[in-house]
Write a protein that binds this ligand. Structure first.
Ligand code: FO1
Length: 312
């Protein structure tokens, strides 16, 4: 195990959960704080679903679904009944996962903030790290497409990310307050890691919460981003098509450009090693390693490489 450092991770999506899975095995989980995107959250049949929080919880609890989200081996009896009632089953909520949303919705309805509910969820699932939503306030992503604005899950799941993206809006951002502990976790960390997450719809909405960019600028922590793009493709999800739609190259270098004023170190996959000089020319240190987290060992190795880069 690597010597204890206080590590804060900005996280959203399956890539972040897999990175965290390795991280908590190679370092003391009690020193890890996860600041999680909430801009994918939405209401499903009146229930409050937090996909990024749940993906972290299930993955770290050893329940990771086959697709990276949901609960492994979950059944879909409730969804089949809803379908029999005439509902379109476009968003696949499994039976075990459903219990989480029922429980969370009731806790929120009775006045508990999302940060408290998330803390209790993480504890109930045995997580030893701290898990914080970036904000307790409503802070959705609106995806701007040629067909007009779409809610994130409408864009991503219902319409299978098939629309060309023109931009994003975060209409709740100006009024959102960072959740308790978020700014402290940034200012007191030894290392802040941008997980291998989508820069536009996972990391950007975290940065949009007032105070987060300032805390990142003020922290003495090493700030390290892990590439979500490997060999010109996204590890998972729509990051590659979003980069292309928005006029960027689909490359790790393009992501490094987006992050160049926010981090000091960029973790690049070995297949993209040729991009290292251009990333260094942005003023970033580069760590070249294997970033494909296709096994537990590779997740651990990536986490170790990130912590080694932080310590060097
Ligand atoms: N992603 C899909 O592509 N299709 C689904 O039906 C789906 C259901 C789902 C249920 C619970 C959950 O926590 C996540 C789910 N996801 C699904 C993933 C989710 O839409 C995305 O991973 C995140 O919002 C992007 O980070």
């Amino acid at each position: 195990m690597i010597a204890a450092m206080r590590i804060t991770v900005l996280a959203g999506g399956v890539g972040a959960a897999r990175f965290l899975d390795g991280l908590i095995r190679v370092t003391d989980p009690a020193e890890v704080t996860v600041i999680c995107n909430v801009s994918d959250d939405f209401a499903w049949h009146g229930l409050f679903v937090c996909p990024d929080i749940d993906t972290v919880v299930y993955t770290l609890a050893g329940l990771e679904g086959d697709q990276g989200w949901g609960v492994r081996g979950d059944t879909r009896a409730a969804l089949d009944e809803l379908t029999a009632l005439g509902e379109d089953p476009w968003f696949l909520i499994g039976d075990r996962d459903l219990a989480t949303h029922v429980w969370r919705t009731e806790r929120l309805r009775t006045g508990h903030p999302l940060s408290e509910v998330t803390r209790d969820l993480a504890a109930a699932r045995g997580l030893a790290c701290s898990l914080l939503p970036v904000t307790d306030d409503p802070h959705p992503t609106v995806v701007l497409t040629e067909d007009g604005p779409l809610g994130f899950q409408d864009y991503f799941v219902r319409r299978r990310a098939s629309d060309a993206v023109r931009g994003f809006r975060f209409p709740g951002a100006h009024a959102a307050q960072p959740a308790p502990g978020v700014l402290d976790a940034l200012t007191t960390a030894d290392v802040v890691v941008f997980a291998p997450s989508n820069p536009f719809v996972s990391i950007a909405p975290i940065l949009e919460v007032p105070g987060v960019r300032e805390a990142l600028a003020a922290t003495a922590a090493r700030r390290i981003a892990v590439t979500p793009i490997v060999g010109g493709a996204a590890i998972k999800g729509p990051a590659a098509s979003m980069l292309a739609s928005l006029g960027h190259a689909v490359s790790a270098l393009a992501v490094a450009r987006l992050y160049s004023r926010l981090v000091d170190t960029f973790v690049l996959d070995a297949v993209d090693a040729a991009e290292a000089p251009a990333i260094e020319a942005l003023g970033l240190r580069v760590c070249v390693t294997d970033t494909m987290m296709t096994s537990g060992e590779r997740r651990d190795a990536l986490a170790r490489a990130v912590l080694d880069a932080a310590a060097s």
